[in-house]
Design a protein around this ligand. Structure first.
Ligand code: K7E
Ligand code: CUA
Length: 649
């Protein structure tokens, strides 16, 4: 029986990882107990193997970090692999109380950068995280993520895992092919999804063909500053197709961008106005257009005076200029594609159309040769040259129903998610043959393999990001979590080894990076403003805490250290403008203090060394306790004080 076979296997496995005879002895003597445990918990041999693959003893760190989008929570989730332990939610586009994000001056200012059309936005629909790259490989320095709903892009610094910048342009209203980076993170790519007149103008849908447009924005990243440089960024006007996912060429195809598109029929719905519904209108043709863009050339054109127009402050290469300068070429692609993925060597592109059972493998060399020779089969309605599909591909693979997105391993295999089949298929890039499929639960969207979209994928692990989880977990009412399934891809057979419920918006995409590439700091240097990463101009030195009445209001220079705030009583008058400058003087790791001011919606998280400011008007008279929100010490509950607002006479 398999059970007894396993009972022999377990001590062997345990013995391997233990350091001496004592360890192996302990393991052998416990094997009957393990067998008993397996029986009582109804665990199969595969279950136990999965447990051994993922179980991570206390104090041991994971081999990889997964950075997953937080969907409409507007955050990023960080998960350790293989343990699948959630390590952090990084606050990005939305207020997050634990991190004090959106409740003090620094983060409020940061979130305000993300205002659009003069509106505060308190949610976002984040889809695609992108790690910064050097030479096409993750370098562990920065993470970018988009907000599909409002066409915004954020920069997260992985030194402290915090958001440093949010940029947006009123040029486009929504995005989806975002964020993707060029191989040295020269640019962060954001392409529009739902066409609209550029720059937020009004035009009726009857003018869809002429007035509506798509676009791709190339945000210039200044690595030394760790920020996007708006002035050096530019966009390219595109036909009003819904640009979708994208990938940047690498190695052989470095300098090029590839964008999927959907709805090349130019349908815009109108089911109550006598038109066919949008999804029917957008499914009439057999093919959509893969957009091939020469971004190095586009950069040259953008930097040549007279070649761009400026719309809402953004330099834009007009569509006609993009055509004249041979920046933009189309190739037919399977209907309603949802992924274009460049192979690790940069030689080929894998494209999957959700309504076709095939993935198509395009040869970059063929594409480039045709573009250079000007050998076009036709032009689209806007005059964009179209290459002949048959002349650009190496072949197709019949992978199954509803192929979406592909990732790569270190052995020349490709993994493609099959939405309709709820499985992941593994196929060989060399001979375009399906090798095997593994069922996932259920309705997989993206998949992420360890370093699986870089020039040197690791293989080993793949995470399937499943939309539905109906019978997987203890029920929690009608709204269910998503299901991240960890798949072992190290051997001949793919195996699901862990199910992680994600109760946080819809995580669309993730990237998995080797943990040793990241070097996060333990504490901030004293008095650091995390947004500027500089010493704060409002610095607070121990022993120099004070309250000053100045022309612009009452300034409080406060320190936090176990287990007191200094000063611990603040007296102001009703109507006073109050500026609290507060520094956590601690320099030991994890000695975080919180600062809550009751009744005023003030909530800060002060990591060791961190300086925050908060400005507000004391518009309510009364007695307001202030206290530390992190259980920092034995006298944490005593880390408190009073904010007294004396009523006007
Ligand atoms: Cu498939 Cu936005 Cu990439 Cu959702 S996306 S799954
Ligand atoms: Cu500081 Cu609790």
């Amino acid at each position: 029986m398999r059970l007894s076979h396993l009972a022999l296997a377990i001590p062997a496995l345990v013995a391997c990882s233990s350091s001496g005879p004592a360890g192996s002895q302990a393991a052998s003597s416990s094997s009957p107990a393990l067998q008993e445990l397996m029986k009582s918990r109804k665990l199969s041999e595969d279950d136990v193997r999965a447990a051994l693959m993922t179980y991570t003893p206390t104090g041991r760190h994971d081999e990889y970090y997964l950075f997953g989008s937080g969907g409409h929570s507007g955050q990023v989730v960080v998960i350790g692999i293989p343990s699948m332990r959630i390590l952090k939610y990084i606050a990005v586009f939305t207020p997050e109380p634990w991190q004090g994000y959106g409740y003090g001056d620094q983060s409020t200012k940061l979130l305000a950068e993300g205002r659009k059309h003069d509106h505060d936005l308190t949610w976002a629909d984040s889809h695609h995280p992108a790690l910064s790259e050097t030479g096409g490989d993750y370098d562990g320095q920065f993470l970018f993520i988009n907000d599909k709903a409002n066409a915004r892009v954020a920069v997260v610094d992985l030194k402290d895992f915090t958001t440093k910048q949010i940029v947006s342009t009123p040029l486009i209203e929504s995005d989806h092919g975002a964020t993707f980076v060029t191989p040295n993170t020269e640019y962060v790519i954001e392409s529009a999804q739902y066409p609209a007149p550029l720059g937020g103008q009004y035009a009726d849908l009857k003018e869809f063909k002429d007035k509506y447009r798509g676009a791709v924005v190339l945000w210039k990243f200044d690595r030394a500053k760790g920020r996007i440089d708006r002035d050096k960024s530019f966009a390219i006007e595109l036909p009003p197709y819904m640009q979708d996912l994208a990938d940047a060429g690498k190695k052989a195809s470095e300098g090029w961008l590839f964008l999927n598109s959907i709805d090349t029929e130019l349908a815009y719905g109108g089911d109550t106005e006598g038109n066919v519904p949008l999804e029917a209108g957008a499914s009439k043709n057999d093919m959509d257009y893969l957009h091939v863009i020469n971004w190095k050339k586009a950069e040259e054109v953008a930097n040549t005076s007279g070649k761009t127009t400026t719309i809402t402050g953004m330099r834009v290469i007009p569509l006609q200029t993009a055509i004249d300068e041979k920046l933009l070429t189309f190739i037919p692609e399977s209907k309603s594609p949802h992924g274009v993925d460049v192979t690790p060597d940069g030689n080929e592109l894998v494209v999957s159309g959700k309504l076709d059972t095939h993935t198509t493998i395009y040869s970059f060399a063929k594409i480039k040769a045709l573009i250079e020779a000007g050998t076009y089969a036709s032009r689209d309605a806007y005059g964009v040259p179209v290459l002949k599909l048959e002349d650009t591909i190496r072949g197709q693979v019949d992978v199954g129903l509803g192929p979406l997105h592909s990732q790569f391993d270190d052995k020349g295999n490709v993994y493609t998610s099959l939405f309709l089949e709820s499985s992941v298929v593994k196929w060989s890039l060399k001979d375009l043959k399906v090798i095997e499929k593994v069922p996932v639960h259920y309705n997989v969207g993206h998949i992420a393999a360890a370093e699986g979209d870089t020039v040197s994928p690791d293989g080993k692990y793949l995470v399937s990001m499943n939309k539905w989880a109906l019978d997987r977990f203890a029920p929690v009412g009608p709204l269910l979590p998503q299901n991240f399934q960890l798949i072992d891809i190290s051997g001949d057979k793919m195996k699901v080894v862990y199910d992680l419920p994600i109760p946080l918006g819809e995580p669309h995409y993730a990237q998995i990076v080797k943990a040793d590439k990241l070097h996060p700091i333990d504490t901030y240097p004293p008095d650091t403003d995390p947004l500027t990463e500089q010493p704060s101009p409002w610095k607070v030195e121990g022993g120099k805490e004070r309250i000053e009445r100045q022309p612009d209001g009452v300034h409080v220079y406060m320190s936090a250290v176990r287990s007191h705030f200094t000063p611990d009583i603040i007296r102001v008058k009703e109507g006073d403008h109050v500026h609290i400058h507060i520094t956590n003087l601690e320099q030991s790791q994890d000695a975080t203090h919180g600062f809550a001011l009751d009744g005023y919606n003030i909530d800060l998280s002060l990591e060791p060394g961190e300086h925050d400011d908060v400005d507000f008007v004391a518009d309510r008279a009364g007695v307001f306790p202030m206290y530390c929100t992190e259980f920092c010490s034995a006298l944490h509950l005593e880390m408190a004080g009073y904010f007294l607002v004396e009523p006007k006479k």
